[in-house]
Design a protein around this ligand. Structure first.
Ligand SMILES: NC(=O)c1ccc[n+]([C@@H]2O[C@H](COP(=O)([O-])OP(=O)(O)OC[C@H]3O[C@@H](n4cnc5c(N)ncnc54)[C@H](O)[C@@H]3O)[C@@H](O)[C@H]2O)c1
Length: 286
């Protein structure tokens, strides 16, 4: 059984907490005694989830530095002190052929998955370093290590998120502040609805990722994949010639994100991301 980290009373903010991995993490950390805030660009869903979980919810658009300032000021006055833990979890994953990707969708992926993580780290790390304690956990992805056809921009964003995480960890080493990355494989959430899961990549539940985040808060490890073995196993492929890697990938049909998307099952997710991309670009909803 996992030893409980000392989360009792810790002030924790989880971004993208309205659903999926963020909501599962909020539930788990709250059950371990943390005081949890969830922030999400989907305010209605966030407030609904917060009420269900008995945590506090509010609107946060991670792409906006001003939105971060508002959220952190609100938490500090509400909680009577600054954040102890930030879980940078908000993310979007439109899939498909690179040449068909529109500019608004590309901007959204990069702004949420990369700029959002950078904004969050910059908003909290200086204060944490001054106080000599704190922990930022960035939810990257195994797509931050494994290139997948149909995920060019998503891959770029998650490689960037992992790089930023490892770099910030070094920059803040010795301050008492830890930065960690959690790298889930495929997870059963709305984000993967209609996407071809499997193909050599293990599939887990949001609760498995939440458990890994809890474990990382205890160990302060630099990175941890979910399942745990998958990142170390992938790292060994660096020693396999590309010809053999290509053969294995053909056998596993690694082009499935291009060829096997269930568009009907994916529609609700893509409609949500499309609405978000328009709002992000300042366009009126259609
Ligand atoms: N589901 C997977 O297979 C998988 C695998 C690896 C990594 N991840 C990563 O895990 C994280 C959570 O994914 P999920 O599967 O729970 O997805 P999800 O779509 O179920 O939940 C993501 C949440 O993030 C919110 N969000 C999006 N943009 C935001 C913004 N600008 N500001 C604030 N909130 C925003 C959404 O509204 C949503 O509630 C993402 O970073 C994702 O890339 C997911």
């Amino acid at each position: 059984m996992l030893k409980k980290p000392s989360l009792g009373g810790a002030r924790v903010l989880i971004t993208g907490g309205a659903r999926g991995i963020g909501a599962a993490t909020a539930a788990l950390l709250a059950s371990h005694g943390a005081r949890v805030w969830i922030g999400d660009v989907d305010e209605d869903a966030c407030l609904h989830t917060a009420a269900q979980l008995g945590v506090t919810g509010g609107r946060l658009d991670v792409t906006s530095a001003a939105s971060w300032r508002d959220m952190l000021e609100h938490i500090e006055s509400d909680a009577g002190g600054p954040l102890d833990v930030l879980v940078n979890n908000a993310g979007v994953m439109p899939l498909g052929a690179f040449e068909a990707e529109t500019e608004p969708v590309r901007d959204l992926i990069l702004d949420v998955n990369v700029r959002g993580v950078l904004n969050g780290m910059q908003a909290v790390l200086p204060g944490m370093a001054q106080r000599g304690r704190g922990h930022v956990v960035n939810v990257a992805s195994m797509a931050g290590m494994i290139p997948v056809p149909g995920m060019v921009t998503y891959n770029a964003s998650k490689f960037a998120a992992l790089g930023a995480s490892l770099s910030a960890r070094r920059e803040y080493a010795g301050t008492g502040v830890a930065v960690s990355a959690v790298l889930p494989s495929a997870v059963r959430t709305e984000l993967t609805a209609g996407a071809p899961l499997g193909g050599g990549m293990p599939t887990v539940d949001p609760e498995d990722v939440a458990a890994a985040i809890l474990a990382v808060l205890r160990t302060r490890a630099a990175r941890r994949s979910v399942p745990r073995w998958v990142a170390p196993a992938w790292s060994t492929t660096a020693f396999v010639p590309e010809r053999l890697q290509s053969l294995a990938r053909r056998l596993l049909d690694d082009r499935r994100a291009l060829t096997s998307i269930d568009t009907a099952a994916r529609k609700t997710y893509l409609d949500r991301v499309d609405r978000q991309a328009r709002a992000h670009r300042g366009e009126a909803p259609s």
